[in-house]
Design a protein around this ligand. Structure first.
Ligand code: URA
Length: 309
């Protein structure tokens, strides 16, 4: 971990018991007994939708002998479940929403691991979601190599009045390799590639079908071809921030795994049938679960990482 980037001024007092930490958007605080079983957490899995989180937790529980599923009572912002070493949490849509979820989850994991940096190193983080493919049709699964914004620059925020803070959007290569290896014998096409996180589904993804449109067919195609030529394979709305924040603390193992819903070089509207959409979304879940089983349960042996575990 990069200890110097952790907010010790606030978080160490939580570990010492000087004050509690209120994870407001999750409706729990560090002195809430509901968190006690979560001390064993080994992976945090995030997804946009709460329904997906409930399905994931149920499936992970079934794979672990019907392990008890802990549900946080508050669900009006984010839906959270914990079972068998994995904390599943929804993050809503877009970087403002997902950054709130991620910051509170990082604080929570710091508390759960009592600030022990070796224990923090061992926690795997993932976002599983959907995306627009760039040169890839629906049903592919992209494992992000780097998260960038629509201008191919990293995630950044206004900071210190007149400056910007630029985050490092790279995803750990050993984790990407291990995810791909854990899925080597599967029929699902798993592709590594750069991922753009748009601040908007329409404007910052250069769509022509928004209520507001600032592009022409020519400028849209030029942007898509430009990002494709730089190795971008999909577009979603969270990956650049996620990589930036997790790199900031120095977590060694995290990933964004997204199914493509359409090839943006061929259109803007998501016209897949409900059955196709279900299958596409299922694909990303299968890819994640195979890796989780390799990492946490020692299954699909090829998928184990040489690095921190
Ligand atoms: N999610 C996105 O952000 N963009 C798409 O095109 C599809 C899913």
């Amino acid at each position: 971990m990069k200890s110097e980037n952790i907010n010790h001024a606030f978080l160490d007092g939580v570990i010492r018991g000087d004050h509690a930490d209120v994870y407001y958007h999750f409706g729990v605080s560090s002195d809430d007994p509901i968190l006690e079983p979560l001390r064993e957490v080994r992976a945090v899995v995030m997804a946009g939708s709460g329904g997906r989180i409930k399905e994931f937790a149920e499936r992970w529980s079934q794979l672990h002998g019907g392990s008890e599923v802990v549900a946080f009572p508050k669900e009006d912002r984010f839906v959270t479940r914990y079972t068998a070493g994995v904390l599943f949490a929804s993050h809503g849509m877009g970087m403002p929403s997902a950054s709130i979820a991620l910051q509170e989850l990082m604080r929570m994991v710091f508390f759960l691991k009592r600030g022990d940096e070796a224990a923090l190193d061992d926690v795997f983080w993932a976002r599983v979601g959907t995306s627009g493919g760039v040169g890839l049709p629906g049903g592919n699964v992209v494992v992000s190599t780097e998260g960038l914004m629509a201008d191919l620059k990293p995630y950044r925020l206004l900071q210190g009045g007149d400056g910007e803070y630029w985050f490092d959007g790279t995803f750990p290569a050993s984790t990407q390799d291990a995810i791909i290896a854990a899925n080597a014998d599967s029929d699902i096409p798993v592709v590594p590639g750069k991922t753009i996180a748009g601040n908007e589904f329409f404007l910052e993804q250069y769509r022509l079908d928004g209520a507001i449109c600032m592009e022409t067919p020519e400028s849209k195609r030029a942007w898509l071809e430009w990002i494709h030529s730089h190795g971008v394979r999909n577009i979603e709305m969270e990956g650049a921030m996620l990589a930036g924040y997790l790199n900031h603390w120095g977590f060694p193992s995290f990933a964004t795994i997204c199914a493509t819903l359409l090839n943006r070089l061929e259109g803007d509207q998501v016209t897949a049938t409900p059955e196709q959409l279900h299958q596409y979304s299922e694909n990303s879940g299968v890819v994640l679960f195979r890796y989780l089983q390799a990492r946490l349960d020692g299954e699909h042996g090829e998928g184990r990482e040489g690095g921190a575990r």
